[in-house]
Ligand binder design. Structure first.
Ligand code: XBP
Ligand code: MG
Length: 261
């Protein structure tokens, strides 16, 4: 009944607010464990998020600190190990319940599944991190709902490059016009648009408020949940407090004017 075939979701900031109380805290724990005196405050972390990808973020931080900073000779190995330990701490945080799915996510996923829509993920983080996040939700077996998980180092260039979305589309075997993408950041918007995904909804997250989402079909402050309705920021959606499949279908129609190819 709806004229699109699949929903493709970003993860960090979109499925859940993972950054401040998840990845950031885990990075700091890994730094302390490695004997480094690095501390990423919530504010500094917001600036560092301009670089997507945890390993890439560490590299940028080191580069920005200039020649004064002492790093081991095997810099690649050092970054890889720090990042591996960060993800061990991140998984523990997820299992402790430090991060929840955003309001309305499960509602929309359940509706999509009931309507036979295909679900995919296109993320900068690792597949393991995605799986742990989904496994920690109240919906058991949620990870199995996603037919495609395009993640992390499966591609050479991370967002804002379009590669991860192109990979998700290739794995789905669908043209961009048959899909709706949901993102939370400017880097994500550029990646999705670069892959031709014009039916693109932005659900702004705590770190991305105020970013430039030009080109997105619509911008909301969330998907909305009972007693916690969403606000439409741009794009004129008739969401009436909650983004559901009918709202997304209307957005898709507006972008493609009736055809889906
Ligand atoms: C999210 C990211 C990720 C996470 C950490 O971007 O940039 O780097 O901060 O993930 P997006 P890793 O939401 O656009 O995918 O440390 O596992 O890379
Ligand atoms: Mg994101």
């Amino acid at each position: 009944m709806y004229r699109f075939d699949a929903l493709i979701f970003d993860v960090d900031g979109t499925l859940a607010e993972t950054e401040r109380d998840g990845h950031r805290v885990a990075f700091n724990t890994a730094f302390a464990e490695a004997g480094l005196d690095w501390e990423w405050s919530p504010g500094l972390y917001g600036e560092l998020l301009a670089v997507s990808g945890g390993k890439e973020r560490i590299r940028r931080f080191v580069a920005d600190r200039g020649p004064g900073i002492r790093v081991p000779e095997d810099f690649d190995g050092f970054v890889a190990e720090l990042h591996r330990r960060k993800n061990v701490h991140y998984a523990a945080l997820l299992r402790s319940g430090a991060v929840q799915l955003r309001p309305g996510i499960l509602r929309l996923l359940r509706q999509a599944r009931a309507a036979g829509k295909r679900l995919a993920i296109a993320t900068t983080t690792t597949a393991e991190n995605v799986e742990t996040l989904l496994e920690c939700s109240e919906e058991s077996g949620l990870v199995g709902w996603f037919e495609v998980i395009a993640a992390g180092d499966m591609v050479e260039a991370k967002k804002p490059a379009p590669e991860i979305y192109l990979l998700a589309l290739a794995k789905l075997g669908l043209p961009a016009a048959a899909c709706i993408a949901v993102e939370d950041s400017d880097n994500g918007v550029r990646a999705a648009l670069g892959a031709g995904l014009r039916a693109l909804l932005v659900t702004v997250s705590s770190y991305t408020r105020g970013q430039d989402f030009s080109g997105a079909a619509a911008v909301v402050d969330g998907l909305g949940a009972a007693g916690n309705g969403c606000k439409v920021i741009a794009g004129g959606l008739q969401a009436d407090g909650q983004v559901n499949l009918a709202v997304l279908d209307a957005m898709h129609q507006r972008v493609y004017g009736g055809g889906s190819a």
